[in-house]
Design a protein around this ligand. Structure first.
Ligand SMILES: [Mn+2]
Length: 336
């Protein structure tokens, strides 16, 4: 990972090229932050387009730029043309083609140079060059390391995008993916001029009334706490977010509320989608949710944070989830 050879190779090929930067579906702060940091870094010497499979959440609108930004759902013909004319494609914050919706087919057929920069667990072998580190807190952290090795001074603007990526993916340095390197890099980004107060306000003081109303609804109607088992979870039905004019990305932070419950072992967010049910799992201490995600939900991740999906309906998935978690908690004899 981050072999000097790879970085030198990258440095050679990123001049006078037509470049596509693409991020995963339902983009988050890290996907947008690392993509935009890379965009501003490459912009002087290359022509670049940033492509999103679907729209970003309203709460992250402040990160978005007007030019060179295309959403697949609204510009699919134009995007096909861009793919034909480009030389390089950067896959940012994903390394599995299942994460980009319909664009998957275009990338599979394309002969462009494909470069992965990512930290997710499910790396797929489709690229020509990889900057992959599943122990990295965020994609932004990896991009920082690359830019730092290329030895260009990292501007304030780029630093702020990377800082945003790091704090959103680590939950402001609270999640288990936070480590010594994360703080070291964040501190360098602050040294480069990042206005931490401004970024914190944009992220944490940016709630809409709808979001607070949704939170209140979810706590009243969609929260299950199994006290005896120290399990708590939210389940979200297909139309729940629509009623509040929100996207699925806006449900993510529900997990933070239940993770803060004293002595909680497992927290989950179970979301009904079109043809499947998505599940995000978090645990405290030694309980390994990665195993659960792998074994029962076609997924994976890390010991304390992982996710997956089920092809069953919402209520069936909830049943499966409860059954399997209870079984595993009993087996590991965690507290009984
Ligand atoms: Mn990320």
């Amino acid at each position: 990972m981050h072999k000097l050879k790879n970085i030198k190779c990258l440095n050679k090929i990123i001049i006078k090229k037509k470049i596509i930067i693409i991020m995963h579906i339902n983009p988050d702060g890290d996907a947008l932050g690392s993509s935009l940091a890379l965009y501003f870094f490459l912009k002087k010497k290359n022509k670049i387009k940033i492509i999103l499979p679907n729209k970003y959440p309203e709460s992250l609108k402040w990160m978005v730029i007007k030019e060179d930004f295309l959403i697949y759902k609204e510009n699919n013909k134009k995007i096909l043309k861009i793919f034909k004319e480009s030389n390089i494609i950067f896959c940012i914050d994903f390394s599995n083609l299942s994460r980009i919706g319909k664009i998957k087919k275009i990338i599979e057929k394309s002969t462009l140079i494909k470069i992965i920069i990512d930290h997710h667990w499910n790396l797929e072998n489709f690229s020509d060059l990889n900057f992959y580190d599943k122990n990295s807190s965020s994609c932004s952290e990896i991009i920082y390391k690359i830019l730092n090795k290329i030895k260009k001074k990292i501007s304030k603007k780029i630093s702020e995008y990377l800082y945003t990526g790091i704090i959103t993916d680590t939950g402001s340095f609270k999640n288990p993916n936070t480590n010594y390197e994360t703080f070291k890099i964040a501190s360098n980004l602050i040294k480069n001029g990042t206005d931490i107060q401004k970024i914190n306000d944009l992220i944490y003081k940016n709630n809409s009334i709808e979001k607070i109303e949704f939170l209140s609804f979810a706590i009243k109607k969609r929260l299950v706490i199994l006290k005896k088992w120290k399990i708590s979870y939210f389940y979200i039905k297909k139309n729940d977010t629509k009623k509040f004019n929100l996207s699925t990305e806006d449900t993510k932070e529900l997990l933070n509320y239940i993770m803060s419950l004293k002595e909680n072992i497992v927290s989950a967010l179970i979301i009904e989608r079109k043809n499947k049910t998505k599940i995000s799992l978090r645990s405290n201490g030694n309980f390994n949710v990665n195993k659960i995600a792998k074994k029962y939900f076609n997924g994976g991740g890390h010991k304390n944070a992982s996710g997956g999906y089920s092809n069953s309906k919402l209520m069936e998935t909830i049943k499966e989830f409860e059954k399997n978690i209870k079984k595993n908690i009993s087996e590991t004899n965690l507290y009984i």
